[in-house]
Design a protein around this ligand. Structure first.
Ligand SMILES: *Cc1c(COP(=O)(O)O)cnc(C)c1O
Length: 355
């Protein structure tokens, strides 16, 4: 750290992303990416004309992606704002609406705390129950913006739509931001709530379900006034936030819905297989509606398990934290990748005489 760094940033802990290894090839199940390539329509969308157009600045609204999203979601184009990953949406929204502080669960997406600290926002952290579920009443009548990942990460546990509706109703003076990064993998979307409540903002990403993590595409959906507010922040910070290439690829992805529905089905099937196999070997695995499983073995330390898998060529992720340190978060890959996870895990347990 130099002595010139902004004093507010000096004590702050930055976000720790999962490892992106170079060199050795791993079965990479540590950052919830898709194991499948983008749709063939996305690959075909990269052509010479598109590349020639890169001499121009990108669209200020993220066209044609914004229009494609609005049509698919059944909303107006001015109810959608696109961004450089949903991380950027979260950054814009917390700056726009977090003035009176933010509230979120103690076990959730790590970036909520990082941005709260970055912006100097007051934070109220709500403890999950003993079984890692959200108690909806804990989020009623807040004094702050509510941030909820649904399904939650890294637990994978989803809240019912009615519980989210009640949280929106009980917080009429604050934004309730629902981060649907993993919504394609089985949970019910809260999108209908944007018509019922003026304070609900839905946030989604192409990174997990649409096999485009490297394209950096995310978006928010809400009423026009909220979207205008987010655009005000965006135009004060980074008006050309979505590059032209990604906007076109995203629109091509949206157009091939059948391909992505099929990918989600494959992931859900591989998740069910993995869940059954791991619990059969004594693991406790939380009930996941996401493209990952959060699991621990009663005899095995979390860091030992993660390290042993790594030695066997499989990367998964572990998080520090009082209650979650012995859990591994295992991204769901292809079925053959998950068969490898299961067989290596069985070997590890046998080696330790736990099986
Ligand atoms: C991965 C993830 C994001 C960020 O996604 P990007 O669009 O790649 O920035 C946001 N929220 C949650 C809960 C996530 O897991």
């Amino acid at each position: 750290m130099s002595r010139f760094l902004n004093r507010q940033l000096q004590p702050m802990k930055a976000y720790t992303p999962g490892e992106q290894p170079s060199g050795r090839t791993f079965i990479k199940l540590n950052t919830n990416e898709s194991p499948y390539p983008p749709s063939p329509a996305v690959i075909r969308a990269v052509n010479e004309a598109l590349l020639n157009d890169l001499r121009l600045y990108s669209s200020l609204t993220g066209s044609p992606l914004r229009e494609a999203l609005a049509e698919q979601l059944g909303v107006e184009a001015d109810q959608v704002v696109v961004a450089n990953g949903s991380d950027e949406i979260l950054a814009l929204a917390m700056y726009a609406f977090g003035e009176r502080g933010v509230t979120y669960p103690d076990v959730t997406y790590g970036f909520y705390q990082v941005w709260a600290d970055f912006y100097g926002l007051k934070r109220r952290v709500v403890r999950l129950t003993g079984d890692f579920t959200i108690r909806p009443e804990d989020f009623h009548r807040n004094e702050a913006m509510v941030l909820l990942a649904n399904p939650n990460a890294p637990t994978g546990i989803a809240l019912e739509l009615d519980a989210l509706r009640e949280i929106a109703r009980k917080n009429p003076d604050h934004i309730v931001l629902i981060d649907e990064a993993y919504i394609a993998f089985g949970a019910e979307s809260a999108l209908p709530l944007i018509d019922e409540f003026e304070n609900v903002l839905i946030v989604r990403t192409f990174s997990k379900s649409h096999a485009l993590a490297g394209a950096r595409l995310g978006y928010a959906v809400g009423n026009e006034a909220l979207i205008r507010d987010l655009d005000k922040v965006r135009f004060s910070f980074h008006p050309y936030n979505v590059n032209a290439l990604s906007a076109h690829l995203g629109a091509a992805a949206i157009a091939d819905r059948a391909y992505y529905d099929d990918l989600s089905k494959k992931i859900i099937a591989a998740r069910a297989y993995t869940m059954e196999a791991l619990t059969g070997m004594g693991f406790e695995a939380l009930d996941s509606s996401a493209n990952f499983i959060f699991a621990r073995h009663p005899m095995l330390y979390g860091d030992a398990y993660v390290q042993k898998l790594r030695e066997r060529g499989i990367l998964v992720r572990r998080f520090d934290g009082e209650r979650i340190a012995d859990f591994a978060r295992i991204t769901i890959g292809t079925i053959s990748q998950m068969e490898r996870v299961v067989s290596e895990t069985r070997d590890i347990l046998r080696e330790e005489n736990y099986l």
